[in-house]
Ligand binder design. Structure first.
Ligand code: NAP
Ligand code: GFB
Length: 318
């Protein structure tokens, strides 16, 4: 990106967006770059006119497109139709305006939860459209898959450099710690903090048996900035720790309890859904490009996230 670049990060105030802001402000920003971190107050991207107004205001040359209706298993179970409709509108508006305003490159976000539920493992980037997703989040999943379809369409018809990344479950500072709508790690951190404070028991939902790969938001941020600058494919790339670092929900919960120094009673509420048992993804494609990239150790990243939550308890999303 030789000339002056205006990099618009849609969804720039959320978990992933704030991690990108952190990384940009701590050494990654280049002299010829202006970074804009937008949120819905800057414009509702599910509305075409608001989207056009945002593009007219910022005139972005590059975009990291994060804005979406996002949530954990339990929010998806409740609002599959909204996840599909709202995210489909946001994605169509952002990519249509990116084409209209001649944006040089767009990096959008899929997710490892959108892959076919009935699949072989490890999952890789070629499998996205090979069958229906897990029923718990079909709305979100189909909306995300359409980003890949749109990217291929804009590239084949107009030569647009629109690509996407496929992060696994993300966690870190400035996550959504809401117990009903958030993802598992922020939910467990919020619950552990309150159980320790109130002397109550710590409840893990489901059986604790499902398995997940978790990526620290600040590691994902560094990888997404690399994708923006160096990755030339239109096809998506999985951004995840290796299959070997997949952990059970129970193990992840124990790591949270260690970071919170919780000594109380731990129980499981098996009446709550387990959701997808696993979505084990390969990061071989990433490793071919970045064989030496170092992920933050899980326990260290959990501790950093817990410390952030405790220090920001009053203002955190919960
Ligand atoms: P998040 O914390 O919920 O942040 C979402 C961002 O999108 C916020 O800045 C929000 O702004 C903005 N936004 C939502 N609706 C909008 C609208 N209609 N118009 C404009 N902005 C809107 O989400 P996240 O976890 O950072 O996720 C970022 C991206 O990563 C998403 O595309 C998500 O699908 C993807 N992803 C996340 C995970 C994960 O585990 N978190 C895993 C894989 C992929 P306001 O707060 O002002 O509404
Ligand atoms: O992060 P999560 O909500 O979503 O994790 P997914 C759900 C798993 O964690 C289930 C268990 O096995 C839950 O039973 N769990 C245990 C908890 N305690 C808790 C808790 O306190 N809160 C939550 N939320 N879960 C999502 C997709 O799937 O993955 C989204 O639905 C998104 O679309 C996201 O893509 C990355 O990992 O199951």
């Amino acid at each position: 990106m030789a000339d002056k670049s205006v990099i618009l990060v849609t969804g720039g105030t959320g978990l992933v967006g704030s991690a990108i802001k952190y990384v940009v402000e701590n050494g990654e920003k280049r002299a010829n770059e202006e970074w804009v971190f937008a949120c819905s107050k800057d414009g509702d991207l599910s509305d075409t006119d608001s989207t056009r107004a945002m593009f007219e205001k910022y005139k972005p040359t590059h975009i990291i497109h994060l804005a979406a209706m996002v949530g954990g298993l339990f929010r998806n179970l409740k609002y599959n139709l909204d996840f599909f409709r709202i995210n489909s509108k946001i994605n169509d508006n952002v990519l249509a305006m990116s084409h209209e305003f001649k944006v040089k490159k767009v990096v959008s976000c899929l997710s490892t939860c959108i892959f076919p539920d009935k699949t072989t493992y490890p999952i890789d980037e070629t499998m996205i459209h090979n069958g229906p997703p897990h029923n718990s989040n079909f709305g979100y999943s189909y909306a995300k898959r359409m980003i890949d379809v749109l990217n291929k369409g804009y590239n084949s018809m107009h030569g647009c450099e629109f690509t996407s990344v496929i992060p696994t479950n993300v966690y870190g500072p400035n996550d959504n710690f809401d117990l009903e709508d958030g993802h598992v790690l922020p939910g467990l951190i919020n619950k552990a903090y309150c159980a320790e404070r109130d002397g109550t028991e710590f409840v893990i939902w489901g059986t604790g048996a499902p398995r997940r790969q978790f990526i620290y938001s600040r590691d994902l941020a560094r990888l997404m900035i690399w994708v923006l600058r160096e990755y030339k494919e239109i096809d998506p790339i999985i951004l995840s720790v290796s299959e070997a670092e997949e952990v059970s929900i129970k193990d992840a919960a124990m790591s949270v309890l260690k970071a919170c120094d919780f000594k109380g009673k731990v129980t499981f509420d098996a009446s709550k859904s387990d959701g997808q048992f696993k979505k084990t993804a390969s990061n071989n494609k990433l490793r071919k490009y970045l064989p030496d990239f170092k992920f933050t150790p899980f326990d260290q990243a959990i501790k950093e996230t817990v410390d952030w939550f405790v220090q920001n308890y009053e203002t955190a999303r919960k």
